[in-house]
Design a protein. Structure first.
Lengths: 336, 270
């Protein structure tokens, strides 16, 4: 439904997005996740035909967003970062206006506008002027204008910004109810939002897509699924070596010990994180081998990978990579 | 074609709707009606007004026995009044056109228009028609006043010349608004847009004078571009198809440039 291939956008000498490639199949909700300034809005503006890409192609429903802009615009509903509203219009008047410019026939307008207001819980406010609405309601009017013409593809740029928790839940439910019959891209920097609404995630950082996958795959692939946090007494280096050899264990690393209040850090104790391979549950093996090896096991706690972990890992990797390359360049320079 | 027309009507209606709820529009209407009314009364009844001047002439002719040529008072009045109105437009129109696009850009609604299945020129035409309708609403009460005065004229005044004059006034306004709309599409500052439009109108009104100074062929060409010259011809009852073509050219140029600038804007903004 939405195919994005090798999109680049350069503003002057700075590059906003680089080689962005992803696909969204029909009926799917893709979460477009990234920190602020990562290039989410730029990508969405290119998809809606508002901005041209410097290079690369994007197609929606088979139409190129640049070549067949008018055809694409008929197929999409778009909520920009700032909801595009005319403050002097009433909610209903504004939605009728949008329905007209989206080309809904006169006979269908009334029912479509009513349906959009119903979906976004705006029916009570239909005669209120938009400038008198709170931020949350304005955001909902913004969503209503994106869905009023029942477009096959819906692009929402940070749809829950500025809403209170109750409204956020309403909006998420609304988005979920649109799935199936609509293909949706939501951009957000709020992690739980993605896990609650989306089938798939594309993570973008500094203009580059760093991962695209389903949520479950992403989490298990990147953090190796779940793991354990241990507090071990004894010869720590030996313990780590032994743990590393247990089948199913992927990674063993030390975690700094923090002194609890009023207590000293006991010598000969260490906290260790053990990350297991996806699908493996080596908990018993870990405990057994530690005890049999004569180590003390003071604490063992199960840890589950969260989206935050994935996200931080991905965006941190990106960052930690760049100093390396810089350092390499410096070394090369010195050698020469 | 039907869809395009529907889009133009949708944009037109929304544009018109904003004028009727905008305090600025009411303020402009108030000031415009006050000034136009003032001119109206002064030109007709003031100490230097037409009636006083004609009475003075008649008095002199009676005293010295010199016959004066017959004076068409309604014609002279309409000519003088529409001439002042032309000047008044210089101040009113930039304020009407300044927000046409600048406001949309500031509010971010241009993003809605630009991602909807509407062509740029349909938006421009709808907006121009909207602001022009508001302008016609502004001059309608004045036309009623004129009709009252003209109908009191003895012998009955000719209606064709005032009608042509007002047609000229609307064409002049449409040309200026169209260029003002283009200027508005270049910026998201309404003030800047108004000031620039004012400067451009001033230039187009005075190009006539500049042309006379330059002289020669270039001067002649420039002279033809003058909005004021063609407007003055029309309020004197001279209808030339050149005037119609010139005004239409300005209007179409404005719409074309607006559509192009919105397109270009989408290609380079950051």
């Amino acid at each position: 439904m939405i195919e994005v291939e090798h999109l680049n956008k350069v503003y002057g000498s700075t590059s906003a997005i680089e080689d962005v490639t992803f696909n969204v199949s029909e009926g799917e909700i893709l979460g477009f996740l990234g920190p602020n300034g990562a290039g989410k809005t730029t990508t969405m503006r290119i998809l809606t035909g508002y901005l041209p890409a410097t290079s690369g192609t994007a197609r929606i429903a088979g139409f190129d967003v640049h070549e067949d802009s008018l055809a694409v615009r008929q197929k999409i509903g778009y909520l920009p970062e700032n909801p595009p509203l005319y403050p002097e219009m009433s909610v209903q008047g504004f939605l009728f206006f949008v329905a007209r410019i989206k080309g809904i026939s006169a006979g269908d307008r009334k029912s479509k506008v009513a349906a959009a207001m119903e979906r976004c819980n705006l029916t009570d406010k239909r005669h209120v002027l938009i400038r008198k609405l709170s931020k949350g309601y304005r955001q909902r009017v913004g969503i209503a204008q994106a869905i009023v013409h029942d477009p096959p593809a819906i692009i929402l740029d940070e749809p829950t910004v500025g809403l209170d928790p109750r409204q956020i839940i309403d909006v998420r439910n609304l988005i979920k109810s649109l799935a199936g019959s609509h293909t949706i891209i939501i951009s957000t920097h709020i992690l739980p939002e993605v896990s609650m609404t989306c089938n798939r995630v594309a993570i973008i950082n500094s203009g580059k897509i760093v991962a695209t996958n389903t949520l479950d795959n992403l989490m298990s692939e990147l953090t190796g699924g779940s793991g354990y946090e241990l507090e071990v007494g004894g010869e720590v280096a030996l313990a780590k070596q032994m743990l590393q050899n247990i089948p199913g264990v992927n990674l063993v690393e030390s975690i700094p010990m923090l002194a609890r209040e009023g207590q000293q850090i006991e010598p000969n104790r260490a906290r260790i994180r053990v990350v297991s391979h996806p699908g493996d549950e080596p908990g018993n093996l870990i405990a057994n081998s530690l005890l049999q090896g004569g180590f003390a096991l003071h604490e063992m706690r199960r840890i589950n990978a969260t989206l935050e972990d994935v996200f931080l890992q991905l965006t941190r990797e990106e960052k930690s990579l760049s100093p390396h390359t810089e350092a390499d360049e410096v070394n090369i320079g010195e050698a020469a | 074609m039907g869809i395009v027309l529907g889009n133009i009507i949708a944009i037109y209606r929304r544009e018109l709707q904003t004028y009727f709820v905008s305090p600025l529009a009411y303020a402009i209407a108030g000031i415009f009606w006050f000034l136009a009314g003032l001119f109206f009364v002064l030109i007709l009844l003031g100490p230097e007004g037409i009636l006083a001047a004609v009475a003075d002439l008649e008095l002199r002719s009676q005293r010295f026995g010199v016959p004066i040529p017959p004076i068409d008072v309604p014609y002279e009045f309409i000519k003088a009044f529409l001439d002042r109105m032309g000047w008044l437009l210089l101040f009113i129109l930039p304020i009407l056109s300044m927000g046409l696009y600048a406001e949309e850009r500031k509010r971010g609604t241009l993003e809605l228009l630009a991602t909807s299945p509407v062509t740029n020129w349909a938006v421009a035409v709808g907006k121009l028609l909207g602001v022009l309708t508001f302008f016609i609403t502004l001059i309608l009460p004045l036309m009623v006043l004129e009709a009252v005065v003209l109908s009191a004229s003895e012998p009955a005044a000719a209606w064709t010349i005032p009608l042509l004059g007002h047609f000229g006034l609307i064409l002049l306004a449409a040309s200026i608004l169209s260029l003002g709309m283009f200027i508005s599409s270049l910026t998201n500052s309404t003030i800047l847009s108004a000031v620039l439009t004012f400067a451009v109108i001033l230039m187009l009104l005075f190009i006539d004078l500049v042309a006379k100074v330059i002289g020669g062929q270039i001067g002649a060409v420039l002279g033809h571009l003058s909005l004021l010259k063609h407007y003055n011809n029309m309020i004197q009852g001279i209808f030339d198809s050149n005037s119609l073509i010139l005004f239409s050219s300005y209007i179409i140029l404005g719409i074309f440039l607006t559509a192009q600038s919105i397109d270009a804007f989408r290609f380079q903004r950051n």
